[in-house]
Design a protein. Structure first.
Length: 240
């Protein structure tokens, strides 16, 4: 198995162990990951998917524990740091361009910084006040995560985009917001049909009256079958 996957999930389970008050978070995480991997091998399942499902189940227990204690000492877990009035903004490593697009569709700011080398992304996220989304498990070893300066979400590259999206939603307690432009992340502004009529495909103009224009790239949007498919995918991402 890719050592990065085991390393990343150990860090994820360790964070949950801290929330749940385990005396030895590192030992607990190592044991839990080992148990899941042993079971995955016996069942013929992929390690990444088995660990992701086990982590999701443990996450629910950790959230219940956190709520029962009415919070704990800082730094707060990632899901407790954001709310509707203060949603997270994301800096994604270049390999997560697809995930960034879907986070924008879910209503969140998500940007890429392809000009920056990977080792500089954590510091850039701190500078801009963004959550770091990365497939590099090594980023989880940075001291700025331990002291709470940075919130980072590691997602395994072995998972599908939909599974990565679900993991990010669960990790940060995200809710669906008003969609943004998937191409650039700009706000979608309602537009009068007559003002954009020259840009509307003739057949679409016959049955659609509601349109939106991206404030960033000036793209034109309407609620058609493509929009419906996007909403269905997002609905599955937020489902338990």
């Amino acid at each position: 198995m890719d050592g990065r996957i085991e390393h990343g999930f150990r860090a994820r389970f360790r964070a949950l162990a801290v929330v749940e008050g385990e005396a030895d978070p590192d030992g607990w995480a190592a044991t839990r990951v080992g148990e899941v991997l042993t079971r995955a091998r016996s069942e013929g399942r992929t390690p990444a998917r088995a660990l992701a499902e086990a982590w999701a189940s443990e996450m629910q227990a950790a959230k219940s524990e956190w709520t029962a204690r009415a919070g704990g000492s800082p730094p707060a877990p990632a899901w407790a740091r954001f709310d509707e009035a203060h949603p997270p903004r994301f800096l994604c490593d270049p390999s997560l361009g697809g995930l960034a697009r879907w986070l924008r569709a879910a209503g969140y700011e998500a940007v890429l910084a392809p000009e920056l080398p990977g080792h500089r992304l954590p510091d850039e996220a701190v500078r801009r006040g963004f959550v770091l989304l990365t497939t590099e498990a090594e980023a989880l070893d940075r001291r700025i995560l331990a002291d709470g300066s940075l919130v980072a979400v590691w997602v395994p590259s072995a998972l599908t985009m939909a599974e990565q999206l679900h993991m990010a939603f669960l990790d940060l307690g995200l809710r669906l917001r008003e969609p943004r432009c998937m191409a650039c992340g700009g706000t979608l502004v309602p537009a009068l049909k007559e003002t954009v009529r020259p840009r509307i495909p003739p057949r679409t103009a016959l049955w659609k009256d509601e349109y939106f224009v991206c404030a960033g790239c000036d793209g034109l949007f309407w609620r058609g079958t493509h929009w419906d498919r996007i909403e269905a995918t997002l609905g599955r991402a937020v489902a338990p």
